[in-house]
Design a protein around this ligand. Structure first.
Ligand code: NAD
Length: 431
């Protein structure tokens, strides 16, 4: 049967054929175990939801250790070409090669496809052990900028001639008043207007599309004024221009307060909220890490810079059950390219043990299904996963924190979810 490709249409939507080919990288370490469990769940959900009318034809592409063993290359050009051609792909975790000029295979893939959004939804499933009292109050989607910030790798070791030159340039040419001792290493933080705006645009569009109440810009602009402070200002500028009428910003509230007093400002914001406007607000990153513990229900969509996003997504994942259940995606909303992946790494100690939690990959697949508009398959998986956890049948990461769980292997956990999908259980209680 001829399979066809996903294409992005001029109106920005995706054209997804019923018989669709999707490339996958099996991944290193625990990757093969959790992929094998997950792909069976994906296929069962598609079969149940569409009764043979739709099907995914998984196409393996190589990266990481398997690629190196088979081709001598860590990231063969055909793999990138395949992700480029098919638009949408999914990958397992990859070992970062030591030496050889590749900083990280994941970063190389993100760079090659300019996947500027790292999107990480964080929600709690009933029954998952959590260190907080009310994990159900966490329901956020993080939009982490993926291409800029201190993460670009522009850095100079303390002892290098380049490090010395940069220090001299800053002292002599830029008259920077700082005591650069000879043992000072330097890293460069880059934050651009277009890079910030395209990330924040995707976050606001997500909130509007899904009827979510707010977008919070998380930054350290109080200290890093021209980078993180600018991220905040550009975000407000964008909301007030491109999304005028569909958003209401805290900056607009401030302006109204200055002009007409606090009560008038509150009334204006309440009217905007009642009219369905997305509230765009900002929080300083360190305060935000308190807020997610103290007042998580006040936050919905989060737009933040690369480093903040890295910390925040791990902290949020810990609240809702840890990285065994934390999915993610790297997306370019302009070209449509998207690579879905669990947020954790290869956990090499547990390779081939059939013990780790495949939920991270299963929920990354749910994101993939939602992205291509196969919502019925996505909902089936979420409901079946939820019911499996509620039954107390879990992998070791959850089992160790439960008093009355039943321990399942990775493959058994996948099978338990598939049994639920096939059984047609009542899933009306799940959203
Ligand atoms: P890791 O995320 O691989 O593992 C840390 C710990 O988290 C594990 O020891 C395990 O206890 C737990 N864990 C991870 N996945 C789990 C799962 N599915 N279920 C239950 N528990 C799970 O982090 P690490 O050990 O720092 O990194 C190992 C390797 O992974 C490194 O080479 C690193 O570069 C790479 N890495 C790859 C990616 C990626 O491919 N996206 C991301 C992060 C790290």
């Amino acid at each position: 049967m001829a399979t066809t490709l996903i294409t992005k249409l001029a109106d920005g939507t995706l054209d997804v054929p019923d018989q669709v080919a999707i490339p996958f990288v099996i991944g290193d370490g625990i990757g093969p175990d959790i992929w094998r469990a997950s792909v069976r769940v994906f296929d069962a959900a598609v079969e149940k939801a569409y009764k043979g009318k739709r099907k995914i034809h998984w196409k393996e592409v190589l990266a990481g250790e398997k690629a190196f063993q088979e081709t001598g290359e860590w990231l063969p050009a055909e793999t990138l070409a395949s992700f480029r051609e098919h638009l949408v792909g999914i990958k397992g975790p990859l070992t970062t090669p030591i030496g050889g000029g590749i900083r990280s295979l994941n970063v190389a893939i993100r760079k090659a496809l300019d996947l500027y959004v790292c999107q990480r939804p964080t929600r709690w499933f009933k029954g998952v052990p959590s260190p907080v009292k009310h994990p159900e109050q966490v329901d956020m989607v993080i939009f982490r900028e993926n291409t800029e910030d201190i993460y670009t790798g522009i850095e100079f070791p303390a002892e290098s001639p380049e490090g010395k030159r940069v220090r001299e340039f800053l002292t002599r040419d830029m008259a920077i008043d700082f005591d650069f001792t000879d043992d000072t290493a330097i890293g460069i933080k880059t934050v651009s207007e277009q890079g910030s705006k395209r990330l924040i645009r995707a976050a606001i569009e997500h909130a509007i599309l899904h009827g979510l109440p707010s977008v919070t810009l998380v930054h350290k602009g109080n200290i890093m004024k021209y980078t993180e402070g600018a991220f905040k200002s550009w975000g407000y500028d964008l909301a007030e221009t491109e999304f005028s009428g569909t958003t209401y910003t805290w900056r607009q509230w401030e302006r109204k307060k200055a002009a007409a007093g606090e009560q008038a400002a509150n009334e204006e914001m309440a009217t905007a909220e009642a009219g369905g406007s997305v509230i765009v607000k900002d929080v300083i990153a360190d305060n935000f890490l308190q807020q997610i513990l103290l007042n998580p229900k006040d936050y919905s969509v989060i737009a933040t810079l690369n480093l903040n996003g890295d910390y925040i997504s791990d902290a949020l994942a810990a609240i809702v059950g840890g990285i065994g259940i934390a999915p993610g995606a790297n997306i370019n909303y302009q070209t449509g390219h998207a690579v879905f992946e669990a947020t954790h790494g290869t956990a090499p100690r547990f390779a081939d043990t059939d013990t780790m939690n495949p939920s991270s990959v299963i929920l990354s697949g749910v994101m993939l299904f939602e992205y291509i508009g196969w919502d019925e398959a996505a909902k089936l998986i979420v409901a079946a996963l939820q019911q499996t956890i509620l039954d107390g049948t879990v992998t070791v990461d959850f089992f160790n924190q439960m008093t009355d769980g039943k321990l399942l292997k990775t493959s058994e956990f996948g099978s338990a979810i598939i049994d639920k999908i096939k059984s047609g259980f009542d899933r009306s209680i799940y959203k």
